[in-house]
Design a protein around this ligand. Structure first.
Ligand code: AMP
Length: 217
């Protein structure tokens, strides 16, 4: 099963991709996580991507297309995978179709996560991440960190706000989403691959809705 999650930043697609990955065994391929890892490692890719990400812009298509093309050749992807945050533009979607076609594969299902901008801003601005274990927390909605960090039980989680979760950058990311990523909804609708979930519902409800969609396949 090759599954694509499309949705604005903060709509919970990463959380749902993690849950589904754990239950089905399909790896979650998040280009955002891969790019942040490249930045931490100070690799050539990370150096190229950092400025775009800090400004809330998309990194150039070819960088992420190359990243994903290499990743999906790995053995753990052979039974399927979940694309979380890729594709984000029509050229990326077209490139993905071409790459998969050359391997006799195709995107099987696309799930669009829909939510109003106002709610997304609330979710993104309260988001905090532990710099040690990577766990995500939220000031308003939880989860809140426990007494000790899963990666370093001697200490509490070390919380930080992602640099692209500051208000001006959030506004930019949402604009970029509407202009460059939202057209994918029509792209995949035309291919008869699109189903939508109301991402404003509780995470458990969204998870159930995703499962219902997948059962129909
Ligand atoms: P995310 O964690 O998915 O919200 O991604 C964080 C940032 O990484 C985005 O704001 C972009 O700068 C960059 N990024 C992630 N995925 C892509 C993609 N498919 N195309 C271009 N830029 C991306």
């Amino acid at each position: 099963m090759i599954l694509v999650f499309v949705g604005p930043p903060g709509s919970g697609k990463g959380t749902q991709a993690k849950k589904l990955s754990a239950s089905k065994g399909w790896p979650q391929l998040s280009t955002g996580d891969m790019l942040r890892a490249a930045i931490s490692a100070k690799s050539t890719l990370g150096v190229k991507a950092k400025g775009f990400m800090d400004r809330g812009e998309l990194v150039p298509d070819q960088l992420v297309i190359d990243l994903i093309s290499e990743r999906i050749d790995q053995p753990d992807c052979q039974k399927g995978f979940i694309l979380d945050g890729f594709p984000r533009t029509i050229p990326q979607a077209e490139a993905l179709d071409r790459v998969l076609h050359s391997k006799n594969k195709k995107v099987d299902q696309v799930i669009a996560f829909s939510m109003l901008d106002q709610e997304l801003v609330r979710r993104l601005s309260g988001r905090r991440v532990c710099t040690v274990c990577g766990s995500m927390y939220h000031l308003e909605f939880g989860p809140t960190p426990g007494a000790s960090c899963p990666a370093n039980p001697a200490r509490e989680c070390q919380l930080e706000q992602r640099s692209d979760d500051y208000p001006d950058v959030i506004e930019k990311r949402l604009k970029v989403y509407h202009s460059q990523t939202e057209p994918l909804v029509s792209y995949y609708k035309t291919q008869h691959k699109l189903e939508s979930v109301n991402a404003a519902h509780s995470p458990d409800q969204v998870e159930a809705d995703v499962q219902t969609i997948l059962k129909k396949k």
